[in-house]
Write a protein that binds this ligand. Structure first.
Ligand code: SF4
Length: 314
């Protein structure tokens, strides 16, 4: 694991805000950016339909029409929402390493040209990375704070097939192994409650991440979004969701107990940007309230992130 900042104890789980405060001594905010990328699982390179749950405008605050807005302008707009602070440019929409090296470099350089941006967080697919891209990112990591966020969603290939990810878990492991030891922090995105998955399957995904030694995890609960394949499956009664946060919190806490205590938690649950796009579930709780519920549950249990952590062989 490349994570070089130990969690501050005691704590129920290792918050990203805590990691940033320990590393930089002040808050760091991520500014979401749509840099106009596409995705090989949508443009026909891998597939045309995309992942079954994906409709990008539902989780990226800038719509595609906003790509006419430059990266510099998106950063300035994002800063206005926050007080004086440090910032990471979060290349969030679609697949943010999917392009020629010189194009990628121009985009990342534009983001870093703002003196208040101390680094980058780059979301991508594990099969859209290469030695050349990683060498370039390694150079950025020498001079700025750099996270790469790989979508995994599940460590189970039958699930990945079912949700049409277009890659397998071995592809994710290979990307992590290629990225390791370059000074780049590695975050994995996973979804709890995917079709056909039992809790024990989700815990195996946690074990998979522990063994690979990622630095961060972003948890999502399955959300059904309009304009997706999943929406049709949900309407047909083929897919279930956690109807209430109370259904999700115990599973999430079980995952946290099994997760290495040194892995930073970037997020605890999905955050659809538009209620109008969200079919289900509709939880009234805010992200902050979900965090409070998680802390409350762990407190009642007398446990914390990593209290059941052990590396096992699958
Ligand atoms: S979730 Fe990511 S990889 Fe899947 S279709 Fe959407 S943008 Fe592409």
């Amino acid at each position: 694991m490349t994570c070089d900042v130990a969690p501050q104890q005691p704590g129920w789980f290792y918050r990203l805000s805590s990691f940033f405060r320990r590393k930089f001594g002040e808050p760091v905010y991520k500014i979401p950016i749509d840099a106009g990328f596409s995705c090989p699982n949508r443009d026909g390179t891998i597939g045309l339909d995309g992942c079954s749950y994906c409709y990008n405008p539902s989780f990226a605050p800038f719509s595609r029409s906003d790509t006419a807005v430059s990266i510099s302008e998106q950063i300035i707009r994002g800063m206005k929402k926050n007080k004086q602070a440090l910032y990471l440019a979060y290349f969030q929409s679609y697949t943010n390493t999917y392009g020629p090296l010189d194009h990628l470099k121009a985009l990342y350089d534009e983001a870093l040209s703002n003196s208040e941006v101390i680094g980058l967080s780059i979301a991508t697919r594990p099969d859209c990375i290469s030695e050349g891209i990683l060498e370039m990112l390694e150079n950025y990591a020498d001079r700025c704070h750099l996270w790469i966020e790989y979508g995994l969603q599940s460590a189970h290939d039958n699930t990945l097939n079912r949700i049409n990810r277009g890659h397998d878990s071995a592809s994710f492991a290979e990307a992590v192994n290629l990225t390791r030891n370059r000074g780049i922090y590695i975050c994995a995105h996973i979804i709890l409650g995917l079709p056909g998955e039992t809790p024990s399957m989700m815990y195996k995904t946690i074990d998979f991440l522990n063994r690979l030694g990622v630095d961060g995890v972003k948890f999502h609960h399955l959300q059904v979004i309009r304009h997706t394949t999943l929406a049709g499956q949900y309407m047909q009664g083929e897919v279930c969701v956690y109807e209430k946060a109370e259904d999700y919190i115990p599973i999430l806490c079980n995952c946290l107990e099994k997760l290495s205590p040194g892995i930073v938690i970037h997020r605890l649950a999905s955050q659809a940007t538009s209620e109008a796009l969200l079919i289900a579930p509709h939880w009234p709780e805010s992200a902050g309230e979900i965090a409070s519920l998680v802390e409350h549950e762990l407190k009642i249990r007398g446990t914390h992130q990593g209290s059941l952590f052990k590396i096992s062989t699958m």
